[in-house]
Ligand binder design. Structure first.
Ligand code: UD1
Length: 316
């Protein structure tokens, strides 16, 4: 039994990691400032040691890493458009906060820190699928911040011998992704719109593509990265290896629901990437990772969750 610290553990991906760790019999501590996460995401996990605190506060980080074996650093302010409209707030969390947790983890001699990187680091470089050794070209403050923090991770491995692994996530979706925020992931926004009989908004022509990854795949990849002997100091894509356009995504969701709701097309978002698809061979090689839940199955589970949430809200 090990002690894991999940930063951002009250958020979408962090709460799934916490759930799986508890199921595997581990002890879990969460550090979260509840800026985008919610206590209710951990309500089913009473054994989790919850610390409300900010990554930008080094003392909160030092307290959180005490006695910890592994740090799963998920805490961040996500969303490309949010970072475009307010780059300073996201910088403070995504870069300053990451540096603080790295320093605290180094000083507390944790075994390994696994960092939530982002596919946005690749930007609009022409080659698909994206391999980890390809050049990066961040198009937004969010993409740049995520890239700087992964480089900090690699530097901490080289300079101080702190074992770090960056997992580059590709458009993760699933239950508990907050549909209440306009900055939420597109699948959660489409799900709530379709279930409420509203027309979803598509930014641009809808022909942009993404490697949408159901959250259980990411949880599996991150937990493998904690122990994989050859992963330290590495950057590794975790995704499905496929891609789908937003128009096709919407068609697939309409088919599952038996609806035929047309979107409203709006101006493309500034800082948006055109196409994104991961090469996952490095994850297969170093982590023994293979996607366990397909996009279609993930969409079904997400829609089921959204339905339950809305009926729970109606009952309350
Ligand atoms: C980016 C990153 C992703 C990261 C996420 C964090 C890329 C390729 N991916 O996701 O790894 O986890 O930021 O926030 O950079 N859209 C609509 N209608 C909507 C909402 C979004 O059409 O209501 C469009 C967007 O313009 C975009 C696509 O859907 O083209 C996906 O958007 P979103 O889910 O916000 O994620 P990315 O910005 O792709």
């Amino acid at each position: 039994m090990s002690l894991y610290l999940v930063t951002g553990g009250a958020g979408f991906i962090g709460s799934h990691l916490a759930t799986e760790l508890v199921q595997r019999g581990h002890r879990v501590r969460v550090l979260d400032n509840l800026s985008t996460g919610h206590r209710r995401n951990l309500a089913h996990l009473p054994a989790v040691d919850f610390l409300e605190g900010d990554l930008a506060d080094i003392e909160a980080c030092r307290q959180a890493v005490q006695g910890v074996d592994y740090v799963l650093h998920q805490g961040a302010i996500p969303s490309v458009p949010r970072s475009v409209s307010d780059p300073i707030t996201s910088n403070r969390s995504n870069i300053d906060g990451s540096l603080n947790i790295l320093v605290a983890a180094r000083d507390a001699k944790v075994k390994r820190l696994v960092y939530a990187g982002s596919s946005s680091a690749y930007g609009d470089t022409p080659t698909l699928p994206k391999r980890e050794d390809m050049p990066t070209a961040p198009l937004s403050p969010y993409a740049l911040q995520k890239l700087v923090a992964e480089q900090y991770c690699q530097m901490f491995t080289r300079l101080y011998g702190l074992e770090t692994v960056t997992i580059r996530y590709f458009n993760v979706f699933g239950p508990r992704q907050d549909p209440g925020s306009p900055y939420s992931g597109v699948i959660s926004l489409f799900s709530t719109a379709l279930l409420e009989g509203r027309r979803p908004t598509v930014y641009g022509d809808g022909e942009q593509t993404r490697d949408f990854t159901y959250v259980a795949n990411v949880v599996d990849g991150v937990l493998r990265a904690c122990e994989a002997p050859e992963a330290s100091g590495e950057v590794i894509n975790v995704a499905t290896g496929g891609r789908i356009s937003l128009n096709d995504l919407l068609r697939a969701m309409n088919t599952i629901l038996g609806t035929s709701i047309e979107p409203i097309y709006a101006e493309s978002r500034v800082g948006d990437v055109r196409d994104s698809q991961a090469d996952i061979r490095k994850a297969e090689r170093l982590l023994g990772y293979h996607p366990i839940v397909s996009m279609e199955e993930g969409i079904r589970r997400t829609l089921d969750w959204c339905r339950e949430e809305s009926s729970a809200t109606v009952r309350a």
